[in-house]
Design a protein around this ligand. Structure first.
Ligand code: ADP
Ligand code: MG
Length: 362
């Protein structure tokens, strides 16, 4: 089926998209359908708010991103920001700009993904806005969350001697994107109309790119263990960039060990296949949505063997700067090479062989 949006009209479309979103949170008093939603903050909690804007051609490519995955990801990356503050996501609003290339079924698919994400994380869709667009598909998600008063974890709390930890593994989403781009390229130049990309053995990196998850589980595990991070953020632009954010906001430096950086086997294989530097991909590839956080040294035993958490280094005085300690013990200054939509240059791992700049070579 391919139904033109104009056959439904704006209100028909909104109604169709938002029909099957029951409210599950007590704080969601009124959802879609009035001039504004009503939210009732519970008890002594503070409200967290975060927004992400996704533009076709800048943040996603509909040639190889299924629309349902796009909807899922658009929601989940916002949940990730709320968890990264030590909070719980509760409500989202979703605004879309839709060009005439897209059908009602296309937008249904986006909302099916949003619905899956809302169900998986217990979040309510409470509003949004809908408009025509002349620049392709636009999706903006705003997420509201809450946290016990005073318990939000900022980027600015890291202290000297704190341990630096990261969840999951890094670089996989970036390698997944490289794979998708390569296969899309091959498909475009293939003379075989039945060309099928070969993704066997690469399921994990694809999933990391197309269907990322927010680390709700890590936040809960830390809470259960009685560990409150001194600083925390999610890894959306790449570890290098995020480490520098924490160092700057906290007024500290850091040492991170190359051989401690968690990397999945499929990520390593793909890097080898594409002749890319693996550490570069892990340090600078974006969209991992893992949590980077610091904990006091006294919590070492609690995080040391925590499932899904790896200690990768420690916090130093600001005067020592931010450095990666290589396998052979050299210190390499960490530079920001995160995703930057404003940059006209190529993606990070393609333009730079080394993740870092040698201190000694300066
Ligand atoms: P207004 O004229 O006040 O902007 P709209 O007609 O745009 O109202 O929206 C009507 C209701 O539908 C509002 O509750 C709004 O939040 C909700 N809504 C509009 N577009 C979307 C969307 N794309 N996704 C979810 N809710 C939406
Ligand atoms: Mg409106």
């Amino acid at each position: 089926m391919s139904t033109e949006i104009s056959t439904l009209g704006e209100f028909g479309l909104i109604d169709r998209l938002t029909r099957e979103f029951p409210l599950v949170n007590k704080s969601s008093v009124l959802g879609v359908g009035d001039d504004a939603a009503i939210i009732a903050p519970e008890g002594d909690r503070e409200i967290l708010v975060t927004t992400d804007l996704l533009l076709e051609g800048i943040h996603f490519d509909v040639r190889y991103v299924p629309l349902m995955h796009l909807g899922y990801k658009a929601a989940v990356v916002n949940f990730s920001d709320i968890y990264a503050m030590n909070g719980t996501p509760r409500q989202i609003t979703v605004s879309i700009g839709v060009s005439s290339r897209f059908t009602v079924e296309n937008i249904d698919a986006v909302y099916a993904g949003i619905k899956l994400a809302c169900e998986a994380y217990g979040v309510d869709l409470v509003g949004g806005d809908t408009s025509a667009s002349v620049t392709g598909l636009v999706i903006s998600v705003t997420c509201l969350g809450d946290v016990e008063k005073g318990k939000a974890v900022r980027r600015s709390g890291a202290k000297e001697t704190d341990l630096i930890c990261v969840s999951g593994d890094l670089g996989a989403a970036y390698m997944g994107l490289q794979l998708l781009e390569r296969e899309n390229h091959v498909a475009a130049s293939s003379k075989d109309p039945d060309f099928q990309p070969n993704f066997a053995g690469k399921e994990y990196i694809l999933q990391r790119q197309l269907r990322p998850e927010a680390r709700k589980d890590i936040v809960e595990r830390l809470r259960a263990a009685g560990v409150t991070p001194t600083s925390m953020m999610d890894v959306s632009d790449g570890l290098s960039s995020e480490l520098l954010h924490i160092c700057k906001a906290s007024g500290v430096g850091c040492r991170v060990y190359e051989d401690r950086i968690p990397i999945d086997y499929q990520t390593a294989l793909m890097a080898e296949e594409l002749n890319m530097n693996l550490v570069t991909a892990a340090m600078n590839g974006g969209e991992d949505y893992e949590l980077l956080f610091t904990v006091p040294l006294t919590d070492k035993e609690k995080v040391e063997h925590m499932e899904g958490v790896r200690m990768i280094g420690y916090v130093t005085p600001a005067s020592l700067g931010a450095a990666l300690v290589s396998r052979d013990g050299n210190e390499l200054a960490i530079r920001a090479q995160g995703w930057n939509a404003f940059s006209s240059e190529e993606a990070p791992a393609e333009r730079e062989e080394n993740p870092t700049e040698s201190e000694n070579s300066k």
